[in-house]
Write a protein that binds this ligand. Structure first.
Ligand code: C2E
Ligand code: MG
Ligand code: MG
Ligand code: MG
Length: 292
């Protein structure tokens, strides 16, 4: 049923599409998960994994993305692709999101301390749900997480999707400008998969776009995909934006994206998301077959 839910989410975007016949089972499942989610926060069943983001040419680690994992006592590992949309539906994303924010800042502060000798900032990107982002009190929450952890703001990066524009672009622009003034950069995630027009790219004070894996998957086989990717990279660079491609699994994809001047890469070819302890043990440069 978890898979069916993930699948339904894919098809229905922000709405749930229940399958006939499976309807009751899936609904019951959602109710159970909702209850479990509440308990999971109390019982600390969540863990943050971190995936390296590397410079395309050298494989040198330039950052990390924080990705939440749920170790469910009976169901094992549940994918965030399943429970994040559910938590958004129930509103639990607010408390879960706040917990994630604090944990990522604490983890990153530890990592920053370890890295201090290199005198180089290796920012950690935190995924922010649009509901969380557009909610009053978001800035105070971020500020509090930074203060409590002692993390310098330039070590934190936020990943938002274009759905932050849902209530109109003005609030989003203002918020991103405020974050920028605080020293926190904002990246636009899953770029190219949403509905909005390109003009928002012009208006949003972001510093980075992340190309969705959907475009990267067949980049070496599908010339239309490749054309879109090349177009986005060229356009983004003209706007002084950094471009990250996600979901790199093959050496061919890396080579292709180097030729297209993509700045940063993220994917299983370099490393899968991993617990914080493993991050501490990573070399500075990842070979294209690292995978772990
Ligand atoms: P995303 O932000 O686009 O994250 C990238 C996803 O691609 C992650 O899936 C990552 O594990 C996966 N990935 C990275 N490299 C590869 C690769 O080479 N091949 C393949 N097949 N996949 C790759 P994950 O961790 O399952 O997360 C799924 C989505 O859940 C994320 O998509 C994000 O939208 C959401 N999410 C994850 N963690 C958080 C969180 O802490 N807060 C919020 N609000 N959302 C989160
Ligand atoms: Mg992301
Ligand atoms: Mg993404
Ligand atoms: Mg994505």
């Amino acid at each position: 049923a978890d898979l069916a839910m993930a699948d339904a989410k894919q098809k229905g975007r922000n709405t749930w599409q229940w399958y006939q016949g499976d309807e009751l089972r899936i609904t019951e499942d959602a109710v159970m998960l909702r209850h479990d989610l509440h308990e999971a926060l109390q019982k600390e069943q969540f863990e943050l994994y971190y995936q390296p983001i590397v410079e395309a040419i050298s494989g040198r680690i330039r950052g990390f993305e924080a990705l939440i994992r749920w170790h469910h006592p009976e169901r094992g590992m549940i994918s965030p692709g399943v429970f994040i949309p559910l938590a958004e539906q129930t509103g639990q994303i607010i408390s879960l999101g706040r917990w994630i924010m604090h944990r990522v800042c604490q983890d990153t502060a530890r990592h920053a301390t370890m890295q201090a000798r290199n005198a180089q900032v290796v920012p950690v990107a935190l995924n922010i749900s649009s509901l969380q982002f557009r909610r009053e009190g978001f800035l105070q929450d971020i500020q509090q997480a930074l203060t409590i952890s002692g993390l310098p703001p330039e070590w934190l990066e936020l990943e938002v999707t274009e759905s932050v524009l849902l209530d109109g672009p003005e609030q989003a622009i203002e918020l991103i400008n405020t974050l920028k003034a605080m020293g926190i950069k904002v990246a636009l995630d899953d770029f190219g998969t949403g509905f909005s027009s390109l003009s928002y790219l012009r208006d949003l004070p972001i510093h980075k776009v992340k190309l969705d894996r959907a475009f990267i998957k067949d980049i070496t086989k599908d010339s239309r995909n490749a054309a879109i990717v090349q177009g986005i990279i060229t356009m983004a660079h003209h706007m002084d934006l950094v471009v990250v491609a996600e979901g790199i699994e093959e050496l061919d994809q890396q080579e292709d994206l180097i030729r297209r001047k993509c700045d940063l890469l993220q994917g299983f070819l370099f490393a899968k998301p991993m617990p914080l302890a493993n991050v501490m043990a990573l070399p500075e440069v990842l070979p294209s077959t690292h995978q772990n």
